[in-house]
Design a protein around this ligand. Structure first.
Ligand code: PMP
Ligand code: GLU
Length: 397
C-alpha cells in the first residue's frame, strides 16, 4: 500500500529515542535524557512578549507564503551586520523549522539519481531528506583525529559526474565540531571549482565556545552566495524549538523554487511565531549570550567526566550542545549474558540499566560513537554521567 518514497526512509531516531525516554519518565522511571537536541531554557521573555502582542494585534491570519516582510528584512540585516553579505528579502524563505527549509531545498534542487555529498557523522535527517527527494546520499566518512571535519581529499574520493550538492553542518550535530576559516575556504573552493551547490546548515552558529571565530558561508563572497543556501532557524540559538521556525537564504531562483513547493505544502509559517522571531533578531541578545555561556560550562564539565572514563576518547567540540565520545571499546562486552554489539546495543543498555537516554552513533553514520546532548542542567549532567560511568564499569571498564 505504501509508496516507494516512504519505504526509502525510517522514522527519525532522535525523535524516537526522545519519545521513548519521555514515555519512561511518564511511567515513573527516573530517566536522565541526554538524547534530544533541545535547549532546556525557556524562550527569552522579550520574545514571548512579542508573540503576545502579535496575538492582541490580531496578527493571526495567514501570513505571506515566504514569511512576513519584517522578518525577512530582519534576516537580511543580520547577514549584512554579521557577514557583510547582501541578501534581499526575495532571497529569504521562512519555513516551519529549519527541517522544512532543508526539505524544501532538497525538493527544489535534486533530480532523481543525483548525488548529494553528506560528510559523516551527519545529522540524522540529511540522508533521509535526500532519499525523499529521490536523490542519492553519498556518505563521506571523516576521522575523529580531524575533528570529524571533511577534507578536500575526502571529498575528491566521492565526487562523481552525478554530484549535485553537498550538505555541511557547521557547527555539527552530532559531533559539535566547527570549521576554522581556512578549512572551510578550501572545501568551498573545491565545490565552486567542481560546480557543487552547497547547503550550509548553520543552526548552531551562535553556540560556539572558547572564542572560536565562526565563519558563515554567507561571508565568503558573491560567487559562493550565488551557489549556496544557508539554512538557519530559531530553535537552538533562541530556545524556540516548539515555535517551529527556520529559514533559508540563497539565490533568488532556488528560493523561488522552494517557495513554490512550500506554497503547496504548509504555506506561510506560523504568523505569531514569525512576529516573535522579529523580536528575537532585532531585540536584546543578552539572554542568548547567557545561554551560550552556560552551554560552555556544561561542555567543559561533561568533557572532564568523559576524560575519567577508561577506554573512551572524545573530541573537544567547538560548538553546538553535543559531545560525541567513542565508547566502542565496550562493544563485545556482555551484561547478564547479553553481548553489546554496537552503538544501538550500548544505548539500549544505558537506557535500561542506567536510565540514561543517549543517541547511538549509527543514527549519524558512525557506529563507534554515542551522542550525548548536554542541553540539560549541570545537576542532571552530573547524575547522568555518574550513571554512565558506573554502567560502563559494570562492563569491565
Ligand atoms: N539541522 C540540525 C543540524 C538540527 O540539529 C536541527 C534540530 N532539529 C535542525 C536542522 C532542525 O531544526 P528545526 O526544524 O527545529 O528548526
Ligand atoms: N535536532 C535535534 C536532535 O538532533 C532535534 C530532533 C530532530 O529534529 O530530529 O536531537
Amino acid at each position: 500500500m505504501l509508496s516507494d518514497r516512504v519505504q526509502r526512509i525510517g522514522f527519525s531516531s532522535t525523535l524516537r529515542i526522545a519519545a521513548k525516554a519521555a514515555q519512561m519518565v511518564k511511567e515513573g522511571a527516573d530517566v536522565i535524557d541526554f538524547s534530544i537536541g533541545e535547549p532546556d531554557f525557556p524562550t527569552p521573555s522579550n520574545i514571548k512578549d512579542a508573540a503576545k502582542r502579535a496575538i492582541d494585534a490580531n496578527l493571526t491570519k495567514y501570513p505571506p507564503n515566504d514569511g512576513v516582510l519584517e522578518l525577512r528584512q530582519a534576516i537580511c540585516r543580520k547577514f549584512k551586520a554579521e557577514c557583510d553579505a547582501t541578501y534581499t528579502p526575495d532571497q529569504v524563505l521562512v519555513s516551519t523549522g529549519a527541517k522544512q527549509s532543508l526539505y524544501n531545498a532538497a525538493l527544489a534542487l535534486i533530480n532523481k539519481g543525483e548525488e548529494v555529498l553528506i560528510p559523516a557523522p551527519y545529522w540524522v535527517s540529511y540522508p533521509q531528506i535526500v532519499n525523499l527527494a529521490y536523490g542519492n546520499p553519498v556518505i563521506v566518512p571523516t576521522r575523529e583525529e580531524n575533528g570529524f571535519r571533511v577534507t578536500t581529499e575526502d571529498l575528491l574520493r566521492h565526487i562523481s559526474s552525478r554530484t549535485k550538492a553537498i550538505i555541511i553542518c557547521n557547527p555539527s550535530n552530532p559531533s559539535g565540531s566547527a570549521y576554522p576559516a581556512a578549512e572551510l575556504q578550501k572545501i568551498v573552493d573545491l565545490c565552486m571549482a567542481e560546480g557543487i551547490f552547497i547547503i550550509s546548515d548553520e543552526i548552531y552558529e551562535k553556540l560556539v565556545y572558547d572564542d572560536f571565530h565562526y565563519v558563515s558561508l554567507a561571508s565568503l563572497g558573491d560567487k559562493v552566495r550565488e551557489n549556496s543556501l544557508v539554512i538557519n532557524g530559531f530553535s537552538k540559538s533562541y530556545s524556540m524549538t516548539g515555535w517551529r521556525l527556520g529559514y533559508a537564504v540563497g539565490p533568488k531562483e532556488v528560493i523561488e523554487g522552494m517557495s513554490k513547493i512550500q506554497s503547496h505544502s504548509t504555506s506561510g509559517a506560523n504568523s505569531i511565531a514569525q512576529w516573535a522571531a522579529v523580536e528575537a533578531l532585532n531585540g536584546p541578545q543578552g539572554e542568548i549570550t547567557m545561554m551560550r555561556d552556560e552551554f560552555e560550562r556544561r561542555r567543559n564539565y561533561v568533557l572532564t567526566r568523559l576524560a575519567q572514563i577508561p577506554h573512551c576518547t572524545c573530541y573537544k567540540p567547538e560548538g553546538a550542545f553535543y559531545v560525541y565520545p567513542n565508547f566502542s571499546w565496550y562493544y563485545h562486552k556482555s551484561h547478564d549474558g547479553v553481548e553489546i554489539r554496537n552503538s544501538a546495543g550500548l544505548a539500549y543498555y544505558l537506557l535500561m540499566h542506567a536510565h540514561v537516554a543517549v543517541v547511538p552513533g549509527d543514527s549519524f553514520g558512525t557506529d563507534e560513537f554515542t551522542r550525548i546532548s548536554y542541553a540539560t542542567s549541570i545537576e542532571n549532567i552530573e547524575k547522568g554521567m555518574n550513571r554512565i560511568e558506573a554502567a560502563l564499569a559494570g562492563l569491565g571498564g
